[in-house]
Design a protein around this ligand. Structure first.
Ligand code: PHE
Ligand code: FE
Length: 293
């Protein structure tokens, strides 16, 4: 989500920032990059990603034969939940992003990362956006949550509370964990599209894993440059949809504006602690300074 960026409408883009995917223009090497990334994730995601994600991956037939054609993908996706993917050049302004979501359109970058930067990404590319986000959009409950979030985004913008709402997106849509009878599972797109964070998010001793609480999450800072220091665990997708659509955020925004932000690695008195992290990874400088990306 373009929380930090103030991009300008690129020449040739539509007023809603969409562009043609340009499927015909991908090179063999670009298709191969998709396939490589796909195969790496396909190998590690069973038992780690939640069933809804894995079913979505199957339903969409994203079988790793190169970059998918949005026209084909949209036939399947729209038949399942009424969502469609639209191509955009990269980050789009917040209001544009929210408008797409509110209309069940997911904006996806049409470019793919270079073969030399499979693991570390500054900007979300087509692999993150499509492989990471779209499988969850085949789930009816999550599909409704994303649309409701788009509508909520318009409201947060008008109330000057975008920072709070953006944290909800970050800690659910991008980096959320789900509690299941088989143990914790991943559903966040930022995790499932990253080989290293897929492992880290579930297996590392370093991060905190805390029970999801709406207000707690919207007060918590986050980092965009390395593995997360805290993950929030939802009890079910239905819970996430119900608690967010069933709460009027207006009074919550007003209340939170008088409260301090919560530091990224803090554990607060009311927290339900799944794992108390050592924070060793972050303390030792993370992957960027160690060049381990
Ligand atoms: N209920 C929220 C509001 O009153 C809207 C929302 C729904 C936000 C779902 C995020 C997710 O603003
Ligand atoms: Fe994303």
């Amino acid at each position: 989500m373009g929380v930090l960026a103030k991009p300008e409408l690129p020449p040739g883009a539509n007023p809603d920032w969409t562009i043609p995917q340009g499927f015909e223009h991908y090179s063999e090497a670009e298709h191969q990059t998709w396939t490589t990334l796909y195969e790496r994730q396909a190998e590690i995601l069973p038992e780690r990603a939640c069933d809804e994600f894995l079913h979505g991956l199957d339903a969409l037939d994203l079988h790793g034969q190169g970059i998918p054609d949005f026209r084909q993908l949209n036939e399947t996706l729209s038949g399942l939940t009424g969502w469609r993917i639209v191509a955009v050049p990269g980050l789009v302004p917040d209001a544009v992003f929210f408008d797409h979501l509110a209309n069940r359109r997911f904006p996806a970058g049409n470019f793919i990362r270079g073969a030399g930067e499979l693991d570390y990404l500054e900007l979300p590319d087509i692999f993150h956006d499509v492989f990471g986000h779209v499988p969850m959009l085949t789930d009816p409950v999550f599909a409704d949550y994303m649309q409701a979030y788009g509508k909520g985004g318009r409201r947060a913008l008008s109330l000057g509370s975008l920072a709070n709402l953006a944290r909800l997106y970050w800690y659910t849509v991008e980096f959320g964990l789900l509690r299941t009878p088989q143990g914790l599972r991943i559903y966040g797109a930022g995790i499932v599209s990253s080989k290293t964070e897929t492992i880290f998010a579930l297996a590392s001793d370093s991060p905190n894993r805390l029970g999801f609480d709406l207000e707690r999450v919207m007060r918590t800072l986050y980092r965009i440059d390395d593995f997360q220091q805290v993950y929030f665990v939802i009890p079910s997708l239905t819970y996430l949809l119900d608690v967010t659509t069933g709460t009027d955020f207006g009074p919550l925004y007003a209340k939170m504006s008088n409260m301090p932000d919560i530091p990224i690695a803090a554990i607060e008195p009311g927290d339900k602690v799944f794992t108390r992290g050592t924070q060793e990874y972050a303390r030792s400088g993370g992957r960027l300074r160690q060049g381990a990306a």
